[in-house]
Design a protein around this ligand. Structure first.
Ligand SMILES: C[S@@+](CC[C@H](N)C(=O)[O-])C[C@H]1O[C@@H](n2cnc3c(N)ncnc32)[C@H](O)[C@@H]1O
Length: 507
């Protein structure tokens, strides 16, 4: 221990915080053993939960062995702290020690009062759930008591994102215990342990498993009514938004929706918060917020009501193209077509090379009936063409992968519309696109296109920026589309080729 630092028992909270700031700096500098020293100095001035936090920081910094040493120490110092067992289990599992990890998870679950986890012999490789059990016991377990009071009516549960089934098993053991209760699990790729774990509950017959993406599966559940729903699937903000919006109508009034990882901090694609915040703003007044923590617990008060929704405010809440597109989609589904169009138009104005908003805008126009001869004058030629194209394509005909590839087409059309098309780089760019498409780095291909277009626009090569009259690039795009079996793209490329050769778009 450094003699410059007072012993833990004599430390003030400010001194403890100073040491923790030092630990943060040590992690940033890769001095992981120093973190162990610092935590030794702080000792029991930090509760087990906060010491486990440092184990997590070490795991995130890929110092898994040091994290294991720290977490082992914490489980010895505080054997009654379930969070340290769960974190140690996660760490050991990463290092391939499945058997010891299993024991740690069971220990964590026993301390949380979930005895069935050991008695049924479930097998898990990760525990992202049991630390939240105090809130589940407080808000979800009482649903079972209500069920008992209501003459034993069975409960219906919904789970988006099942992985190995930890949350599903707990629900079946602790809440959905009535023989008539049922659980619907949605997961496009549940882990191998999922079905064996369900079987060990003895209740597998009460579980409906939908191996599909949430937004597709939820569409098929529109006639169902659930008492509780757990949203823990894909954490991208736009998916979290759609999951919450699509779940709401199938939860009964008084039912509870739990949303995981609300406060997770990491890569933006894995942080649901912006999507959940948009959902909560749009559905203000429809729920009571029971718990606003790492997970959100919302009790449904009413269905969405367009008359009371704060729409003007919500429209300005996000600049994220995927969230704007999701908002446009939602407004389209509830018949707010003018607003829906405004939102999509904003997404297009902000992000003209992202395909989704053009597709949603076209679907909204298609909802209004046959497309008018002339679209609004505020629409660019690019927007007009894409709306005409997508309005004729059924959404089901455009596969998910096609949508990604269409972003290249949009970027390509954009380059044409801006007249930033030039001759010699086209050859190189198409080579680059081909290479990147083969490697499936589609977003990289788009970025490359835009960079090249910007260079040319700044006159870096002194090239002419006229539209090429040579049909080759267009043919090449069509070939790429055919080679990759993106059949819905081919007619679009043909339309572009026709436009480039002076034929009117509707020819
Ligand atoms: C964090 S895990 C779920 C953990 C589980 N609820 C538990 O507590 O044990 C997330 C799961 O969501 C699934 N997932 C990812 N995208 C999804 C989507 N669009 N729809 C439904 N599930 C999805 C993944 O396959 C993964 O198994």
């Amino acid at each position: 221990m450094s003699d410059l630092i007072a012993p833990a028992s004599a430390m003030t909270p400010t001194e403890v915080e100073a040491l923790m700031a030092e630990a943060k700096a040590a992690i940033a500098e890769g001095q992981f053993d120093r973190v162990l020293e610092l935590l030794d100095q702080v000792g029991d001035r930090l509760d087990a939960w906060r010491r486990v936090y440092w184990g997590q920081q070490l795991i995130d910094a890929r110092a898994v062995e040091v994290a294991t040493t720290l977490l082992r120490k914490i489980t010895k110092q505080s054997p009654q702290a379930p969070e340290s067992w769960a974190a140690l289990g996660n760490c050991l599992s990463r290092q391939g020690d499945r058997a010891e990890a299993q024991n740690c998870f069971r220990q964590a679950h026993l301390l949380r009062g979930w005895l069935e986890s050991r008695d049924h012999g479930y097998e898990f490789s990760q525990d992202w759930f049991s630390n939240q059990l105090p809130n589940w016991n407080r808000h979800i377990a009482p649903l079972k008591d209500q069920q008992d009071q209501h003459k034993g009516q069975p409960l219906q549960g919904l789970e988006i994102g099942s992985f190995e089934g930890m949350s599903a098993c707990w629900l079946l053991d602790r809440v959905l215990t009535h023989p008539g209760s049922q659980l619907t699990c949605i997961d496009p790729s549940p882990q191998a342990a999922f079905r064996p774990n369900l079987a060990k509950t003895g209740r597998a017959d009460s579980v409906q498993v939908l191996e599909a993406l949430s937004w597709e599966a939820l569409e098929s559940l529109r006639s169902y009514t659930y008492d509780l729903a757990y949203i823990d699937g894909c954490h991208a903000p736009w998916v979290a938004f759609r999951d919450a919006v699509q779940t709401w109508p199938i939860v009964r009034t008084g039912g509870i929706v739990v949303i995981d990882d609300y406060r997770y901090q990491g890569h933006p694609d894995e942080c649901p918060k912006p999507g959940v915040d948009l959902f909560m703003a749009l559905f203000a007044g429809c729920f009571e917020l029971l718990n606003n923590d790492y997970q959100l617990f919302l009790r449904k008060i009413r269905d969405w009501d367009g008359a009371t929704a704060p729409l003007d405010r919500v429209l300005l809440l996000t600049d994220d193209p995927m969230l704007l597109d999701g908002l446009g989609w939602f407004l389209g589904t509830v018949g707010q077509l003018d607003l829906a169009q405004r939102v999509c138009e904003r997404a297009i104005a902000l992000y003209p090379t992202t395909a989704y908003a053009y597709m949603t805008l076209a679907q909204i126009w298609a909802q209004r009936g046959p497309l008018p001869e002339t679209l609004p004058r505020r629409y660019s030629p690019l927007t007009c063409r894409l709306v005409r194209y997508f309005a004729c394509v059924q959404p089901s005909e455009v596969a998910f992968t096609d949508q990604l590839d269409l972003e290249i087409i949009v970027a390509y059309l954009q380059a044409i519309d801006r007249q930033v098309y030039w001759h010699s780089p086209v050859k190189n760019l198409l080579g680059l696109l081909d290479y990147q498409i083969q490697r499936q780095e589609l977003s990289g291909a788009i970025t490359a296109w835009q960079n090249w277009a910007d260079w040319a626009a700044r006159g870096q090569w002194g090239q002419s920026l006229n539209l090429p009259t040579n049909a080759r690039p267009y043919r090449r795009m069509a070939e790429l589309a055919i080679a990759r079996n993106y059949s819905s793209v081919v007619p679009l490329v043909e339309v572009i080729a026709a436009i480039a050769h002076g034929h009117p778009p509707n020819d």
